[in-house]
Design a protein. Structure first.
Length: 215
């Protein structure tokens, strides 16, 4: 199945940061499976996937997250709520685990991947500070978020990416304080309420000529 170019553009024009969700309309299991696959298939530097996506289904937990999200009701009213977390650091053991996974999936001998393994260890662990690696990991998560937002738009599913949250407080509620992961951002997904006045608002973007340059 191939999407026509203009059809994709129309879907992206249709998408907006949904302010009010219909709490009674839920994403189907089939569509949600596709959205989860978009996260699994998202690219990342070196393919390391330094992330974990928490699908918060527990209503009580979502209620706890509401005041930690500037009171944005999308947290509790949306069909699904996903918290994006990333590794606080990348260890040599994690890189070796990834190498083992490559060998397993592609039917290769792990020994043949030692060069790639050592290159990652040098470039990530030996030449970057812990702060740089943490920030780098967080940037990777936004690639996955973009993949998910577009996939949802193609499925006519509304979304709102949310950075207006208290990451450290989220970590406490979600039990991440003493884990290898930390909260970065979140995305609420579902279907817009017919009374959301922002649904019909025109998108405000700068002129194409001012942000896309051919060299």
């Amino acid at each position: 199945m191939k999407f026509e170019a203009q059809e994709i553009v129309k879907k992206l024009e249709w998408r907006y940061a949904t302010k009010v969700f219909n709490p009674n309309k839920k994403i189907t299991a089939e569509d949600w499976s596709a959205i989860e696959q978009s996260l699994l298939l998202s690219p990342s530097s070196y393919g390391l996937q330094p992330w974990k996506f928490l699908i918060v289904e527990n209503k009580a937990i979502r209620e706890q997250l509401l005041p930690l999200s500037w009171g944005q009701k999308q947290v509790t009213e949306a069909s699904h709520f996903v918290v994006f977390t990333t590794l606080k650091k990348i260890s040599e053991a994690y890189i070796k685990h990834y190498i083992k996974r490559i060998a397993e999936i592609r039917g290769q001998n792990a020994e043949s991947l030692i060069g790639y393994q050592n290159m990652m260890i040098k470039n990530i662990l030996e030449t970057r500070s812990l702060e740089d690696v943490s920030a780098w990991n967080q940037r990777q998560s936004y690639i996955a978020m973009g993949f998910m937002l577009e996939t949802a738009a193609l499925l006519n599913i509304d979304t709102v990416p949310m950075e207006g949250i208290d990451p450290k407080a989220y970590d406490k509620v979600l039990g991440l304080e003493n884990s290898d992961y930390q909260t970065v951002a979140a995305v609420a997904l579902g279907y817009r309420d017919e009374n959301d006045k922002y649904a019909g608002a025109k998108k405000v973007r700068f002129e194409k000529s001012s942000i896309i340059q051919k060299i």
